[in-house]
Design a protein around this ligand. Structure first.
Ligand code: GLA
Length: 785
């Protein structure tokens, strides 16, 4: 809800939060408050929160003689500009034709609108309820420039989105050096900024940095939102935890270079900005043109990160993800990549597909290597016709075969790229981002097509449309495997080369928009060498994203847990792959690989033909189990419980059905700590008044886990790693421990928790002992009675 008090104070309220700002007599917008819901806001509140300015503050700049108490350097603002005394990082930076960089944007009008107007070029949130769109128009005092600040209030999800537009009403051409999406000025410096940085196969490492003085910047300059630094960040009071503390979550609906910056100024105030990365950015704004900045997403929780995440999850599920697949259960897929890489043929694929069907897979995905002459990654990107050596009967035939087996058919593409070794490149060498007559630096032997050009986007729309119509395709994995270097478009004049990164993203959005509108039934999955473009911009078009090329469950537990701070489980996928894992060579059990992948959109990515009969049976049971609970896992409320207990590194999660009738619990031990027999699992998010049954999902243990210890218990001697041991292990399985309670209140499960069966500590083993060693995990099921 948006309310206006005295025509000067604007209050934006969601179910549990209030955001407040005021128009100062000078025309600047003073930010007053963003925090827990204020039941009613009057001008007294505004007066109470407003900064008390009575006289000149040291050697700061006085804004004007008419406003002798306005010093922009230390006023919390909705928008900071260059040149009038505000020396913090600016929200906007404009260079006028005469070279001046000073801007002086003052309040002109405010409008409350019933709807969110669709942006022309950028994706954004949708589904806003009535009268929840506020537009503040500011006017520059030196040039005819209008700056619009847009606020969208999503009451039920406790989210406020902001964006901005600069409209050039003048007759002069101006250069925009930056236009941010949001600014949040907080009056103290007790905060910790949490960021999620990484690299290929090592996405989403969490870092907590105290904001005490100076600037802390999270940004990407890869041309993508990047695995180097995800645009989702949190700003929390010190000592915030999962269930306690005041915290803000910030994200950007954008897939290119982004920038999140927190600056603590000399007055101990914290100034936060988020938007397109100003590095490498410059936009020439001709008379009567508009530039729009992407939308930023903000939420606040005074009950710690769990609630913050729940807000973000609900918002993304409801107001970002769209189309036919929005709330549809996502199919369990099998992907051919780690099974065969480039070395496959029709026969191999079909035999894999048959096995897949037998274990319950619903979607068979043919990954890289099916087109052109692609036998490795040095050629053929751009030539989107079938590799007839590998698939002699064509794609249509192959897709139909998959359908005949009773599965959907999916295909991998990487439309934005071209190899020099391709027909496309030979025909259109000028269609790539490259500096003419200059050596080019490549990534994965490939170049980026110049999506700043409309004819290139038109070409891709045509080629992809033909491809999608040529075979029975139900799913597309859209990959993007290199970052941008040599950022130059030969089609743009010299003064516009600073627009290349952003224009590339606009071209990409145009292409994604055209294809997703044309093929609404196709389930698109985003991918960029794993999570190199995991962001809300992509999620406006594609309902899910491949979270990381790292399929090791121990790495994945961390990656998935950290994505979960800002993104719901329904938007990231996880696959059970082979052991030893291809990225880390770590060995883990099939159970652990599944238990981790189940807290995401589940898939498999391994050669099922290499699995034993027992393992195949286990996979079959896993998939049957997942299908039964996937609605909870994909659409439920997800909670993290702890990361560290004593010296143990342990993960503990709970996913609760929206109606609290059922919940799935998860625990994972990374490295075993000696002689720690007692572990407690605490559920979260249950109805404290309801009664639930509690049990662990049953599993069997392999006798080989005991190595030569087994000889102390049996009359014969079995050599470790011998054939005899292997054969014995196929026939003799140990039943895992059973933790079972017929009826416990939600309150006991959450507040007391379950002291689980004692863990194996080297002094005995029986059916009441839990083997919970390195890389072991458990799933728990709680059902309301
Ligand atoms: C990227 C993707 C992988 C796989 C390969 C194929 O690395 O992230 O999942 O599709 O490309 O080349």
């Amino acid at each position: 809800m948006i309310t206006t008090i005295n025509e000067r104070v604007y209050a934006l309220s969601t179910k549990t939060t209030t955001y407040l700002f005021e128009v100062l007599p000078s025309g600047h917008l003073e930010h007053l408050y963003y925090g827990p819901l204020l039941p009613q806001v009057t001008s007294d509140e505004a007066l109470a929160f407003a900064q008390k300015r009575a006289c000149e503050c040291g050697n700061t700049i006085i804004y004007s003689d008419d406003d002798p108490d306005v010093m922009l350097e230390n006023t919390p603002l909705e928008m900071s500009a260059e040149g009038k005394g505000d020396i913090r990082e600016p929200f906007i930076e404009v260079i006028h034709e005469n070279g001046s960089r000073t801007s002086d944007f003052l309040f002109q009008k405010a409008e409350i609108l019933a709807k969110k107007d669709p942006y022309d070029t950028l994706p954004g949130s949708y589904g806003l309820a009535g009268n929840n769109h506020l537009v503040i128009t500011l006017k520059d005092q030196q040039a005819d420039l209008r700056l619009e600040l847009h606020y969208y209030v999503y009451e039920d999800e406790d989210v406020i989105c902001r964006s901005s537009r600069l409209i050039n009403d003048s007759d002069e051409t101006v250069t925009l050096n930056r236009l941010m999406s949001t600014q949040l000025d907080l009056t103290n410096n007790d905060y910790v900024m949490t960021s999620f940085t990484g690299s290929w196969s090592n996405e989403m490492n969490r870092h907590d940095t105290s904001l005490l003085a100076g600037k802390h910047e999270i940004s990407s300059f890869t041309g993508t939102s990047s695995s180097r630094a995800n645009p989702f960040v949190m700003i929390s009071e010190k000592n915030t935890s999962e269930d306690y503390g005041s915290c803000y979550g910030m994200n950007l609906i954008y897939s290119g270079n982004h920038y999140e910056m927190a600056e603590v100024n000399a007055y101990g105030q914290t100034h936060f900005l988020s938007g397109i990365n100003p590095r490498g950015f410059q936009w020439v704004l001709e008379p009567h043109e508009t530039f729009e900045a992407p939308e930023a997403v903000m939420t606040y929780s005074h009950e710690g990160w769990s609630v913050l995440s729940l807000h973000m999850h609900a918002f993304i599920r409801e107001h970002i993800v769209r189309g036919e697949w929005k709330h549809k259960p996502r199919p369990v897929l099998l992907n051919s990549w780690e099974a065969y890489y480039f070395q496959f043929n029709e026969h191999k694929l079909l035999s894999l597909a048959k096995k897949a069907k037998q274990v319950g897979i619903e979607l068979f995905v043919l990954d890289d290597g099916w087109f052109g002459h692609r036998d490795d990654d040095t050629s053929s990107l751009g030539d989107w016709f079938v590799n007839s050596k590998k698939l002699p009967h064509g794609l249509k035939y192959f897709g139909e075969k998959i359908h005949e087996l009773g599965m959907d058919f999916g295909l991998w593409i990487e439309p934005e790229m071209v190899n020099v070794k391709s027909t496309l490149y030979q025909e259109h060498p000028d269609w790539t981002l490259a500096i003419p007559h200059t050596p080019h630096s490549e990534g994965r032997h490939q170049r980026l097509l110049d999506l700043t050009r409309k004819d290139v986007v038109d070409h891709l729309e045509k080629v992809m449309s033909d491809l999608f119509s040529s075979a029975p395709i139900d799913y597309i994995k859209w990959d993007m495997n290199r970052i941008i270097s040599d950022a130059f478009s030969p089609s743009l004049e010299a003064s516009r080369q600073g627009e290349v990164f952003h224009r590339y993203v606009l071209g990409l959005y145009d292409l994604m928009h055209r294809l997703t509108v044309k093929f609404p039934h196709i389930l698109f999955e985003g991918c960029a060498a794993g999570g190199n473009r995991f962001d809300l911009g992509i999620l406006c078009f594609f309902p899910q994203i491949w979270a990381s090329d790292n399929t090791d469950p121990i790495c994945r537990a961390q990656i998935q847990e950290n994505y979960s701070y800002g993104y719901p489980l329904s938007v990231f996928s996880a696959h059970v792959s082979a052991s030893p894992n291809h990225q880390t060579l770590r060995q883990t059990s099939l159970k652990t690989r599944f238990d981790v992948a189940t807290f995401a959109i589940l898939g498999y990515e391994l050669n099922l033909n290499d699995l034993s009969k027992n393992a195949l049976e286990e996979v079959k049971q896993q998939i049957t189990w997942y299908k039964q609970y996937r609605t909870i896992l994909q659409e439920g409320h997800f909670y993290r419980t702890m990361q560290k207990q004593n010296d143990r590194q342990e993960y503990s999660w709970t996913c609760v059905a929206q109606d609290q009738s059922c919940a799935i619990g998860f625990t994972l031990q990374t490295l075993v700590h000696p002689h720690q027999p007692f572990h407690t699992y605490k559920a979260r998010g249950l109805d404290p008044m309801k009664c639930y049954s509690f049990q662990n999902v049953s599993h069997k243990e392999d006798i080989r886990r005991f190595g030569d210890l087994i000889n102390s218990q049996i009359p014969i001697h079995i050599k470790p790693d011998s054939l005899t041991q292997k054969v014995a292990s196929q026939f003799v399985k140990l039943e895992g421990e059973k933790d079972y309670y017929a009826s416990l209140s939600g309150a006991s499960l959450m507040y007391g928790g379950i002291c689980l069966k004692t863990s194996y500590t080297g002094t005995g083993y029986n059916e009441n002992v839990r083997l919970y060693q390195d890389f072991d995990s458990r799933l728990y099921l709680m059902k309301a009675l």
